[in-house]
Design a protein around this ligand. Structure first.
Ligand SMILES: Cc1cc2nc3c(=O)[nH]c(=O)nc-3n(C[C@H](O)[C@H](O)[C@H](O)COP(=O)(O)O)c2cc1C
Length: 147
C-alpha cells in the first residue's frame, strides 16, 4: 500500500465541467487499476489523494504529473499506511458542500497548502495529513455495505 497527496496548479483555466470530466475519467481508470482516493479543486488549484499498490500509484503519479493541464507544486508521500481509507472511492470529487462539512471554517486546499509549504518535520506533516484524511473518512465516507 502506498498513499500520497499532492497539490497542483492549473496551467490554463478549467471550468466545473472540465473538473467533473477529469474526475469521472479518473474514476473509470482507477477502478481498473485499483487505485482509490479523492480530488478537490478550488480556484486554480487541485489537491488529490491517491492510495493503492505501490508501483501502480507511482506509475499513475508519473502520468498525472505529465498531464499538461496542470503543474505540480508539492507531493507528500505518506508513510506507514497499512490500509486503504477510501476503498469505495475510485476518485471522489469533493464538492464545496462536502468541504464545509469537513472543515467548517477553512478549505481543504488551503489547509494542505499550509501543511505542504511549512518547514515541519516529515512526521508532523504526516500526522497533520492523517488528521485531515481521518476527518474526511469519518464525515464523508460511507463503506458500501453499511447504512
Ligand atoms: C488533476 C488531475 C487528476 C487526475 N487524476 C487521475 C487519476 O486519478 N487517474 C487517472 O487515471 N488519470 C488521472 N488524471 C489524468 C491523467 O493525467 C492522464 O490524462 C490519464 O491517466 C491518461 O490516461 P490514458 O493514457 O489512458 O488516456 C488526472 C488529471 C488531472 C489533471
Amino acid at each position: 500500500m502506498h498513499a500520497l497527496i499532492y497539490l497542483s496548479k492549473v496551467s490554463k483555466p478549467l471550468d466545473k465541467d472540465d473538473v467533473i470530466e477529469i474526475a469521472t475519467k479518473a474514476a473509470i481508470k482507477n477502478k481498473q487499476i485499483e487505485v482509490t482516493g479523492f480530488l478537490s479543486s478550488r480556484k486554480s488549484l487541485f489537491v488529490q489523494y491517491l492510495e493503492g499498490e505501490s508501483d501502480t500509484v507511482m506509475d499513475l503519479l508519473k502520468s498525472i504529473k505529465e498531464d499538461p493541464r496542470h503543474d505540480f507544486l508539492h507531493v507528500i508521500h505518506l508513510k506507514n499506511q497499512p490500509n486503504r481509507h477510501f476503498a469505495n472511492w475510485s476518485m471522489r470529487l469533493i464538492t464545496n458542500a462536502d468541504e464545509s462539512r469537513i472543515l467548517p471554517d477553512d478549505n481543504l486546499i488551503s489547509v494542505i497548502q499550509d501543511i505542504a509549504s511549512s518547514d515541519y518535520e516529515p512526521t508532523i506533516v504526516d500526522a497533520q495529513i492523517y488528521t485531515i484524511i481521518n476527518r474526511i473518512s469519518r464525515i464523508l465516507y460511507l463503506p458500501k455495505y453499511t447504512r
